[in-house]
Design a protein around this ligand. Structure first.
Ligand SMILES: C[S@@+](CC[C@H](N)C(=O)[O-])C[C@H]1O[C@@H](n2cnc3c(N)ncnc32)[C@H](O)[C@@H]1O
Length: 220
């Protein structure tokens, strides 16, 4: 499946996408985000935002002094998200994660909820996420299901996404570490998959109650 094929697939699903999102998926996402010590004023990038289910929570956390940028390759998904929510500090951008149109060191947090398996070039995606994160910034890759469940759903969801899989846990740790991330933490439980990793530097994030020195924008 090419990037164009993935875009077509999600464009076709956009209008009905929210009907597929189960209430417990939103609850689990909120729990995952709530554990992040995201401070007012932070700059957040939501990659593969889809219809924007994370956006109200993220905007509430960063406040009016912060910003949220919502990226997706599917213009129809972005249209649905924009119909539901606009704000002066919320920016919608149509882009491929493999070519993010942002300067280096721009964001305190990059979130990828339920989208990492769909990235055509996962190595390039992680490299781009690392580039646009500020030193000390954090990436969170998450799903409201286990890795096995995510992959089982994709394998049975038809030809378009059957090869869109989460690598095994060792592979994910190795991928993020090889591209320069530190503090890679991976949780794979029946009701959630969460990978957190930090770009080294002047740390602004604390991960699961373990503060990293010199925190600034994302404070424990
Ligand atoms: C399963 S949906 C999840 C949407 C949303 N994050 C959620 O949790 O409801 C995956 C999203 O990733 C987007 N996507 C897939 N490949 C992408 C890429 N290479 N760059 C940016 N977005 C991509 C799709 O268009 C789709 O909207």
């Amino acid at each position: 499946m090419t990037v164009t094929g993935t875009r077509d697939f999600f464009n076709q699903l956009a209008e009905e996408w929210d009907l597929r999102i189960r209430p417990e998926f939103v609850r689990r996402l909120h729990e995952i985000l709530q554990e992040l010590t995201l401070r007012e004023g932070a700059a957040v990038l939501d990659v593969g935002t889809g219809t924007g289910i994370a956006l109200p929570h993220l905007l509430g956390r960063v406040g009016v002094s912060g910003s949220v940028t919502a990226v997706d390759i599917s213009e129809r998904m972005l249209e649905v998200a924009r119909r539901k929510l606009t704000a002066p500090n919320l920016h919608y951008v149509m882009a491929d994660v493999a070519h993010l149109p942002f300067l280096d060191d721009s964001f305190d947090l990059v979130l990828c909820n339920s989208c990492f398996p769909h990235f055509q070039d996962q190595l390039r995606a992680v490299s781009e996420i690392h580039r646009v994160l500020k030193p000390g910034g954090m990436v969170v890759i998450c799903h409201p299901e286990s890795r096995d469940e995510v992959n089982a759903v994709h394998r049975s969801a038809g030809v378009a996404v059957r090869r869109h899989l989460l690598p095994d846990n060792e592979g994910m740790r190795a991928l993020f570490t090889s591209l320069g991330f530190q503090n890679v933490q991976l949780t794979d439980l029946p009701d959630r998959y969460v990978l957190k990793a930090v770009k080294p530097g002047n740390a602004k994030v604390s991960v699961e109650g373990q503060p990293i020195p010199h925190e600034r924008a994302l404070i424990s």
